[in-house]
Structure formats: C-alpha cells, structure tokens
Ligand binder design. Sequence first.
Ligand SMILES: NC(=O)c1ccc[n+]([C@@H]2O[C@H](COP(=O)([O-])OP(=O)(O)OC[C@H]3O[C@@H](n4cnc5c(N)ncnc54)[C@H](OP(=O)(O)O)[C@@H]3O)[C@@H](O)[C@H]2O)c1
Length: 321
Amino acid sequence: MTRAIIAQTTGGPDVLQIGEAAELAAGPGELLVETAAVGVNFIETYQRSGIYAVPFPFTPGEEAAGRVLAVGTEVAGFTVGDLVTTTEAQATYAERFVVEAARAVPVPAGIDAETAAAIPLQGLTAHYLATSAAHPQPGDTVLVHAGAGGVGLLLTQLLTARGVRVITTASTPEKQELSRGAGAAEVLPYAGFADAVRDLTDGVGAAVVYDGVGKDTFDDSLRALRVRGELVLFGAASGPVPPFDLQRLNSGGSLSVTRPSLGHFLQSPEERAWRYGELFAAIAAGQLHLRIGARFPLAEAAAAHRALEGRATTGKVILLP
Ligand SMILES: NC(=O)c1ccc[n+]([C@@H]2O[C@H](COP(=O)([O-])OP(=O)(O)OC[C@H]3O[C@@H](n4cnc5c(N)ncnc54)[C@H](OP(=O)(O)O)[C@@H]3O)[C@@H](O)[C@H]2O)c1
C-alpha cells in the first residue's frame, strides 16, 4: 500500500487525511514515480472545497518531483532512477504517483528535487503569463497582484528581465519587502491601488494587470488599466468574480479581459519543452530565484491548505513524504 492524502468529501482543510491507497503500477506510456516533494497549489483548495468539481474520495495534487521507479511499455527517454518533475499528474499528494511520460520532464543536473517540485505549476504559469497571455512590451508598466505569492514572485522576475516595469500589491510589510527583492519597482497595499497605479503612470494606467486574487480586486484592476489595456484574470484567491457587464470594457477604454488556464499553454511537446527549457535555463544562470516559503510533512497537508488560504505563505509551499 502507498500512504496518500485522501479526502472523503468536500469541506475545509481537515477533510485532508492521511491514509492507505492501492498500490500503483506504470501502464503503457506511463512512469511510476517515488515522490520526493509535492507542490501545493491553490487549485487543490478549490477542488477540496467544491469550487471545482472532482470525484470523491479524492487525492489532490498534480505537481510533484521524484525518482522513476518503473517505466511502462511504449515509453522512450526515461530510465529507472531518473529525477523527473511534472504538473500534469494526478493524486500527487502521495508517496508514489503515476504520470504519462509525455507530461513528465527530466530534471537537469544541479536542480534538487524540492526545487524541481516547486517549479512547474507556478513557473510555467508565470512564463505563459509573461510571454503569451498578454502582450507587455519593454518599457510598459504592469500591475501584478499578490507580488509575494508563488506566481507573483516568479512573474515579477520574468517581466523585469524583459524590461517591463512591474508594480505589485502585497498585504504585509514582509511580503512587500520580498516583492521588492524580486524586482518590483513599486509595491502597493491593496487599498486604493487603482488610484496609486494611475498616479505612478502619470495618469495613464497600466498596460496589463495580472490578477490572481479575483473577487476583491477585479473591479479596481479594470480601473487601473490604460486605454486598450489587458486584464489577465488568472485566479480567484479571494473568491470567484461575479458576472459583469461587457459594456464596462468599452467605457473603461476598449479594454480586454482574458481568463487563461495553464493547460491551454502546454498544447504540444514543443510548447512544453520551450517553457520548461527557459525556466530551467534561467534558474541555472541564477537569473530566476525560486523561493520555497514553507515545507510541510505529507500527513500535514491540511495545515498547508490552511496556510495558503489564510494568506500566511510566501513563494512556494511543498509537502514532503
Ligand atoms: N490560471 C492559471 O493557469 C493558474 C495557474 C496557477 C495559479 N493560478 C492562480 O494564481 C493565484 C496565485 O496562485 P499561487 O499558487 O501563486 O498563490 P499565492 O499567490 O502564493 O497565494 C495567494 C495570495 O493571494 C493573496 N490574496 C489576496 N486576497 C486573498 C484572500 N482573500 N485569500 C487568500 N489569498 C489572498 C495573498 O497574498 P497577499 O497576502 O499579499 O494579498 C495570498 O498569499 C491563485 O488564484 C491561483 O488559483 C492560476
């Protein structure tokens, strides 16, 4: 048997209980992996609480890194013992997990297992947000909410490396300091951020607002945009945004809103290889710093969810089996 987190029903963090799951095997095209570290992500809190529908009993987790224990038939390019990582598996809150080989990547030498588990979901998200979901140009000013969060710290670094001026929001002095360290030119409290962004851009507004906070910030994020600005709503840490009147995009200045999802930016092996390749290269070159802000034992997954939902985390949260 394999130790795994199993939730019997939707609910608060305490539904996440450690238990015994059936033994796994690598089927055709699959890898069986011994988990070294698991990435914890906001989406698992949405699934656990019922905002996103999943079947129960449920073992959360799509992100993890570990050593290959077994290679299924029809798999090329992997051998037993390889360190691999993924954000496209299922049930990774466990001592072992199975992943399609096409959705796993070998970890380059020099990157340890914890870092490897921490990169994929937030790193690939920051990468597609910076390169593909909107079109900020060098010299543009953008706003990134939750600048000390997992995505926020990485997105700020990727954007500043491209010559974009980044303003962020963060809720505490410690988080504001971390965000500045990632390259934010200005770090704002949430209260009054739309007016502050306008003041910091000579009344023009931001070219792009990256909003993973959702309900609490959405309206003011629209107000912070310049004419023909782009709002990228990529999450709902404060709750889902209610329906809104498209006419607001007109009156706000021919604005655009997009609601992207990582899976749509990993559409081919080439796209996946490009995004991972740039992230690994930037980390190896010391140009991208990945902060692991909290580590929890696997059995304490509930505490990890409580911390994430309670705004008590910075950077990445991982679980260790
Ligand atoms: N669409 C995609 O492809 C995609 C992929 C990955 C992540 N996401 C989304 O991106 C967002 C950030 O993810 P992450 O993993 O990097 O999380 P995170 O930013 O590390 O954590 C969320 C942060 O949001 C801020 N926040 C503001 N209001 C909040 C509230 N009421 N409750 C909780 N947090 C609040 C907090 O920072 P402050 O205390 O500084 O406000 C908190 O630390 C999430 O919404 C997630 O769902 C989307």
